[in-house]
Design a protein around this ligand. Structure first.
Ligand code: GCW
Length: 680
């Protein structure tokens, strides 16, 4: 039995989104998998010579005259030049992939212009991605695991790639997915979970022909394919006695395995590795460093132009909560910063955006600015592990924008550090952006239909982090509902802005106060459990007791984590005076009566924000209900049904969060809610 549903929602590329490009004549100049894809996209248009066609797609080697243009600027690396003149549209990409992305960009421009009620003016635009690497990681397993399901931290059904222990025979859905990703500029995809179990370890060797089938699909949309591999492969797959990165036999095994991969998939991207992390094997067992480990794989990949993506998510997950000197937030910097300059050129060190683990609110990881001689990539989590699991509306773009715009070394933004665009006195090689995908076999791709916007936004921010979250939402709405008439489209956009613009802030307000994370049900990470992780070995404590709450991470009296930041942040976070309210309890342990910059006390803030956030859900539900007359036309019935089902669960869960947190902190502190609201 296949778990692939027969009717799949087209996400942000319904036929109407491309219609403005296929209503007249079209020509695609050149050959190659991506230009063939462009040809298929324009199949609805009438063919015409490139000199005259209304829509033309070509690559940089085409000459202006042949395209019917007087002149043509050279397309930038990875990007495209788009010329609009006299009703014609000519897209010229640096290569086929860039040309295809340029074609989708033209559809987006048309959709946005329509929503804004204007036409797209004639002119030349030159567009290239800000991040040179824009990758999606999939935590997909080949088999279904009893607790996690098939996709680890997946909230949208099974894997698009694997079924019953192998790569699917029918990859039609993967084509659809690749198309969506190409349209938002993604250029690399890792297809399996970073926790590499025994079955998935064999993708590297025994299943290469099947991996090649996936790579064929992604290639046609301008993406390279990566595999997550186990550092333990030489022993597990090669039956060697060791995985020691400095052992000659181990090095030879990786070289040979990698040569075979490239013999099968010549443009293979490389390996993603989670080593010495949450039980995965790594170099520590042999007394070696993570540079030794990463360079071992880099050496095998280098002759083929491949890349090692080495994750920095290394910490002690067997901690004792009584040990106040070990601080998980410090771990990545402690392990990796001293290794700066020791990684091979084809190693990318992938760092989670925050020092802990994708919580609703975390400061930016100091590692991102600590390794100027290393290609650092920043990892975001599109899948909503700690942000409502695609049952709650939580539009993540506003937070990502804040992270990417954060001036971590006082001067350069996180986006600049990742892109390797820094000043001559502080060169930093490029690592790019990566994110954990949120899709699955669900008919809406993402469980909550509105969670599609998060995937969309990741690609767009990797392309251009100066876009605002609202602009990105406009684009996504205009494309997704391209089939709606003008009046309906305007109403849908207004309703979705009302529901989504502040949705993450609202989610934060009923779940995670003042920078405290992990008050979730252990294992599944959904729903409140204030002490769920408090006495566990995972290092995620908030230290709430009858007197106060928070983690003292100061240099003066705490774990010293604030000292890992460059100025001005080390001083800003160290001081109670200047530490921002929203991160107060991440950096400081304070009494419940501590007065915030907002004027409220810590405990009253906990009471108020939870109650207010739940009240706001009336408006969220009301905004969706205001579209009721469009259901069956602009809004498909199944879409509406799914959104309403998720809104009901969001309310149930939000009330549970509100009541559990208010009750817990009332009991712990003995301080009543000043407003007299009921405490359960
Ligand atoms: O937050 C943790 C998740 C794990 C995940 C890990 C990681 C893939 O709970 O499920 O494992 O992060 O990022 O490696």
């Amino acid at each position: 039995m296949s778990s692939t549903p027969s009717r799949v929602h087209p996400a942000w590329l319904p036929p109407e989104a491309l219609a403005p490009l296929t209503s007249g004549t079209a020509a695609v100049v050149g050959d190659g998998p991506c230009l063939d894809t462009a040809r298929r996209e324009l199949a609805g248009a009438r063919p015409a010579p490139a000199r005259e066609a209304d829509v033309v797609v070509a690559t940089g080697d085409a000459c202006a005259d042949d395209l019917g243009l007087a002149e043509l600027p050279a397309p930038p690396p990875r990007g495209a030049v788009t010329v609009r003149t006299g009703g014609r549209l000519v897209v010229v990409g640096h290569d086929g992939a860039a040309a295809l992305r340029g074609l989708y960009a033209a559809a987006r421009t048309a959709a946005r212009a329509r929503l804004a009620g204007r036409s797209t003016p004639d002119g030349v635009s030159i567009d290239a991605p800000e991040q040179p690497r824009r990758m999606l990681d999939h935590w997909d397993n080949m088999e279904v695991h009893p607790v996690m399901g098939q996709v680890e931290r997946g909230y949208a059904g099974g894997s698009l790639f694997f079924e019953a222990g192998r790569v699917r025979d029918d990859l039609a859905r993967v084509h659809e997915y690749a198309r969506l990703l190409a349209s938002i500029g993604i250029d690399a995809v890792a297809v399996n979970n970073v926790n590499v179990h025994e079955r998935e370890a064999h993708l590297l060797t025994d299943d290469l022909a099947d991996v090649a089938r996936l790579a064929d699909v992604f290639r046609a949309y301008g993406m390279v394919t990566y595999l997550s591999v186990s550092f333990g492969s030489p022993r597990l797959l090669g039956h060697l006695a060791t995985n020691d990165p400095l052992d000659e036999d181990v090095r030879a095994w990786w070289r040979q395995a990698t040569d075979r991969v490239y013999a099968t998939i010549p443009d293979f991207g490389g390996y993603v590795v989670k080593a010495d992390s949450e039980g995965q094997p790594g170099p520590f067992a042999y007394g070696r460093t993570h540079a030794d480990g990463a360079n071992l794989l880099a050496e095998a990949l280098r002759p083929h132009g491949g890349t090692v993506v080495w994750r920095a998510f290394v910490y002690d997950h067997r901690q004792d909560w009584r040990d106040r000197s070990t601080d998980r937030a410090r771990a990545a910097h402690d392990h990796f910063a001293p290794l700066d300059g020791r990684f091979a050129e084809n190693v990318v060190l992938q760092v989670k955006h925050g020092p802990m683990d994708f919580q609703v609110r975390e400061p930016v990881s100091p590692v991102i600015a600590a390794m100027p001689r290393t290609r650092v990539a920043v990892e975001l989590q599109v899948t909503q592990e700690y942000t409502g699991q695609q049952r709650h509306v939580a539009y993540l773009a506003p937070a990502w924008r804040e992270y990417l715009g954060f001036r971590l070394d006082g001067e350069h933004t996180v986006a600049q550090l990742a892109a390797g665009e820094t000043s001559p006195d502080r060169p930093q090689p490029a690592g790019g952006l990566a994110a954990v995908s949120n899709v699955g076999t669900d008919a809406f791709w993402t469980g909550h239909p509105l969670a599609q916007a998060n995937l969309y936004a990741f690609g767009r921010l990797a392309w251009d982090s100066s876009l605002t979250a609202e602009e990105i939402l406009d684009e996504w709405v205009a494309l997704t509902f391209a089939g709606a008439d003008d009046a309906a489209l305007t109403r849908i956009a207004a309703a979705l802005h009302a529901m989504m613009d502040d949705s993450l802030a609202r989610y934060e307000a009923y779940t995670a106060p003042l920078g405290i994370g992990f008050m979730v049900t252990p294992g599944v990470h959904y729903g409140p459990s204030v002490e769920g992780y408090e006495y566990s070995p995972w290092g995620t404590y908030h230290f709430a007791d009858r007197d106060g709450i928070g983690v003292d991470r100061t240099v003066a009296t705490g774990t010293g984590y604030t000292g890992q930041y460059p100025s001005p942040w080390r001083e800003t976070y160290e001081s109670l005076e200047t530490c921002p309210d929203e991160l107060l309890l991440f950096f400081h342990h304070v009494p419940y009566t501590h007065v915030l910059h907002s004027g409220s006390t810590v405990v009253q803030h906990v009471y108020d924000s939870r109650a207010d956030a739940v009240e706001q859900l009336d408006d969220v539900e009301g905004a969706w209900a205001s579209l009721a007359d469009l259901v069956g036309t602009a809004v498909p019935e199944a879409y509406d049904a799914r959104v309403r089902e998720r809104l009901a669960e969001q309310r149930r869960s939000a009330v549970e969060w509100r009541d559990q947190l208010r009750t817990y902190f009332h009991r712990a502190s003995g301080i009543p809610d000043a407003t007299g609201r009921a405490i359960y």
